[in-house]
Design a protein. Structure first.
Length: 296
């Protein structure tokens, strides 16, 4: 592969995760797999060079995780380069899958993976660029208030559909396009749960069949009870946040460049605002990046 361009991946000095709560064994399991996925993203991002294709980057993620014991997936790893980070002209689901698009100096990229490890699932998104990319740097900085807004309004128990619309309004005020609207059902988040471990875990259309069964079961139960495991701009998300774990991914786009983060938000039935909702882990690349920007 040609080139050895320095990368901007939002990494920073590790700091102690902020939490006033003692995490249960369940939450520790989800946090462990989320950290494993972000470690994979940072490792693969540091190895990307000019000429690498999206398919090769996705394979690098799969192999790294499999070497560390991952045998199942919510979905297989994705990689998007250039204007594909903003889902330009995406019309059908097949366009999300990795292609032979090659990475070039200055080009933005997004790595997205959803491994299942020891029965715990995570779904993460990691944005970076091969060399300097001021547009994506600005997008990443401007994602910070979205994380704050989402947490605040979930704690206020506003309907998911209303929170979605408020996130979109913030994007518009910032001058950006809402690119998570390009996802199936326009989702900004989806619910995740434990996955039953099996020796052989098949996939279908890039998704783990065990995880798809669990999501389908949630869809059916939710339909009967008036809630949805998909956080969307549509009427079926017009209900308060459902207790559980949600993989949240606000995605900004600007003139062919996209950036997002994706991480787990924990929602409980506690009446205490601080315990009613919280991010599973604050020791993540984008959060460290924002802390460094604030301190600078």
């Amino acid at each position: 592969m040609a080139g050895d361009t320095t990368q901007r991946t939002g990494q920073g000095t590790t700091r102690t995760a902020r939490s006033s709560l003692t995490p249960s064994a369940e939450l520790r399991g989800f946090r462990e797999v989320q950290r494993l996925a972000y470690e994979c993203a940072e490792t693969v991002a540091a190895q990307l060079r000019a000429g690498v294709t999206e398919r090769e980057a996705a394979r690098m993620q799969r192999e790294w995780l499999r070497e560390r014991g991952v045998r199942d997936w919510f979905h297989l790893p994705f990689a998007w380069f250039g204007d594909r980070t903003a889902f330009v002209n995406f019309k059908i689901p097949l366009q999300f899958f990795p292609t032979n698009r090659r990475l070039e100096p200055g080009m933005p990229f997004i790595l997205d993976m959803a491994p299942v490890y020891r029965g715990y699932a995570a779904d993460i998104g990691y944005s970076g660029s091969l060399g300097l990319n001021p547009v994506q740097d600005r997008l990443m900085s401007d994602l910070r208030p979205h994380r704050e807004l989402i947490l605040q309004q979930v704690r206020e128990r506003r309907p998911l559909r209303e929170i979605y619309e408020n996130v979109e309004r913030l994007m518009t005020r910032q001058g950006y396009a809402n690119r998570h609207r390009a996802y199936p059902f326009g989702v900004i988040a989806h619910k995740i749960d434990r996955v039953k471990e099996r020796r052989w875990s098949p996939t279908a259309f890039g998704f783990g069949t065990q995880s798809l069964k669990g999501l389908a079961s949630d869809v059916l139960h939710g339909h009967r009870e008036g809630w949805s495991p998909l956080w969307s701009p549509y009427h079926f998300s017009d209900h308060p946040p459902r207790p559980g774990l949600w993989a949240v991914e606000p995605h900004l786009g600007f003139r062919g460049t996209g950036a997002k983060f994706e991480e787990i938000l924990v929602v409980t039935d506690s009446r205490d605002p601080g315990e009613s909702a919280f991010w599973l882990d604050d020791d993540l690349p984008h959060v460290r990046r924002w802390a460094e920007e604030k301190a600078a």
